[in-house]
Write a protein that binds this ligand. Structure first.
Ligand code: SME
Length: 155
């Protein structure tokens, strides 16, 4: 799927009448379909000072709550910057949702200047994520931010 197709698809999903949860689930599914190496695509939402698992596409995970500073997801919030990890096995504080996962990207989602959540994407391939993926996800983050803020406020 081309970059333009992904944008169009996500925009269409976000403006639909679906609930925030349904809409973000569809975005996760669309992104997982868009890239073969993206094996798990999900949202963690920042609510009450912790990251809570939002809609996702992929294997179910036990990690429904991640403290700020923990794992790749919590580190992104603590350091206020996106994370690209080429080899998760080289990390000390990695939280393994799946033993098959080899690389991961986390891109923060901001709404009205505040972090409201993040994209978290895992791949079974080593070094699957590039700076181009980060840029794409940063742009998509702007589109989904109001939906994430609204869902985070309800958690
Ligand atoms: N690996 C993440 C935890 C979330 S799972 O990937 C779904 C981390 O280290 O924060």
């Amino acid at each position: 799927m081309s970059r333009a197709d992904i944008f169009q698809r996500v925009e269409r999903i976000v403006i639909s009448k679906a609930s925030d949860r349904e809409s973000l689930k569809s975005v996760a599914e669309a992104l997982r379909e868009a890239a073969l190496s993206w094996d798990w695509v999900g949202f963690y939402l920042l609510a009450g000072g912790v990251l809570k698992l939002g809609p996702y596409s992929g294997e179910p995970t036990d990690f429904t709550r991640i403290e700020i500073g923990d794992g790749v997801c919590g580190t992104a919030v603590a350091e206020d910057r996106n994370q690209i990890v080429d080899d998760v096995r080289a990390l000390d504080n990695y939280i393994a949702c799946s033993l098959k996962t080899r690389s991961e990207i986390v891109v923060l989602i901001r709404h009205e200047g505040n972090v409201v959540g993040q994209f978290d994407i895992d791949s079974d391939e080593r070094a699957a994520f590039t700076e181009e993926d980060e840029t794409l996800l940063e742009e998509l983050a702007q589109i989904v931010a109001p939906r994430c803020a609204s869902l985070a406020a309800a958690l």
